[in-house]
Design a binder for this molecule. Structure first.
Ligand code: GFB
Length: 309
């Protein structure tokens, strides 16, 4: 990528998009294009097509998406499938019409079958049934991958789909009903400490395993792959290491300094029991993560305090 290439980052106010903008700016890129939701409604096909025709970016990163944790995915099922299908279809088709050759579509590790072998290889896509709690979101993201593949095979585009594992970091959503587990537990531990509580409630049984990647590492991987001209269609991005939800909660308690005990609310769903990515392909490309879970949690705790105090 030339340093003055026009790079459109969608979703730049979200956790992933803002990390991409930080990483691009740090890399010396000077022509980064962003639009807020009120400036450009990505659900509006005509508006997206007109914008892309006018701007004709050289590169697009699709970080805009309707996202959330297990409860949000399970509750707002229609919103998750509809909004994600519209955003990606409008952007991918609009990019093609505007002659954009290079695009990166960001998905999620929940696109893989619920019970597939672990660690999860890219080739397991569409080999089994999905986890029920996030099936609408996963179906939309799978459609995005297939859109990219189809424009590559029919029109010779280079649209790459990157599947990150569970992400966390600055600008995350800390709302307890809709957030992912890591920001939720950070907030719960912090508030429990302030109130002097004796207990911290963790949803589910604490036994599911999850892999966590610091969002600035994801942004680094995405820019690395664009710079390298990576031309494969689907690629996992993660650490290749996972922990139980109980271990995650204990690490967060240590970082925050909350000394009460953990209580598990089994009335809440566990979701997939294990979800750890095989990152061999990414390693072969020459990229590896940098931020350990403890360091990443400390950095995120700082962001949480900044946002709430
Ligand atoms: O992060 P999370 O919501 O997403 O939940 P998923 C991970 C695990 O943490 C589940 C447990 O087993 C939850 O039951 N958990 C424990 C909690 N305490 C809490 C809490 O206070 N809040 C939350 N949110 N969870 C999402 C998908 O799945 O992950 C999305 O629904 C997407 O589609 C995303 O793929 C990365 O890993 O279960």
């Amino acid at each position: 990528m030339n340093k003055d290439a026009k790079i459109f980052v969608t979703g730049h106010r979200g956790m992933v998009g803002s990390a991409l903008v930080r990483r691009l700016q740090a890399g010396g890129y000077t022509n980064i294009l962003t639009r807020t939701r009120s400036e450009l409604d990505l659900l509006n096909q005509a508006a997206v097509q007109q914008f892309l025709q006018e701007e004709k970016p050289d590169y697009i990163f699709i970080a805009a998406a309707k996202v959330g944790g297990i409860n949000a995915n399970n509750t707002y099922r229609a919103d998750f499938i509809y909004q994600n299908l519209m955003i990606e279809a409008n952007l991918i088709h609009g990019a093609h019409l505007a002659g954009v050759q290079r695009l990166m579509f960001l998905g999620s590790s929940c696109i893989y079958p619920r019970d597939c072998p672990q660690p999860i290889k890219e080739e397991y896509l569409l080999t089994g049934s999905l986890e029920c709690t996030n099936e609408p979101y996963a179906v939309a993201k799978i459609a995005g991958i297939k859109l990219c593949e189809a424009y590559n095979t029919q029109y010779g585009r280079q649209y790459v789909s990157v599947m990150p594992t569970n992400l966390y970091g600055p600008n995350d959503n800390y709302d307890l009903e809709t957030s992912h587990v890591l920001p939720a537990l950070l907030r719960k531990a912090h508030e429990a400490k302030l109130r002097g509580d004796k207990e911290l409630v963790v949803w589910g049984t604490g036994t599911p395993r999850r892999e966590f990647l610091y969002v600035d590492d994801l942004a680094d991987a995405c820019v690395f792959l664009m710079e390298k001209g990576y031309a494969g269609s689907l690629l996992n991005v993660g650490t290749g290491q996972d922990v139980t939800i109980r271990e995650l909660a204990e690490t967060i308690m240590d970082v925050v300094g909350f000394e009460g005990r953990l209580v598990f609310d089994a009335s809440k769903p566990d979701g997939t029991m294990r979800k750890v990515l095989d990152v061999s392909l990414l390693k072969q490309c020459g990229w590896c993560y940098n931020t350990s879970l403890v360091i990443g949690i400390k950095l995120t705790a700082r962001d949480f305090l900044k946002q709430t105090t």
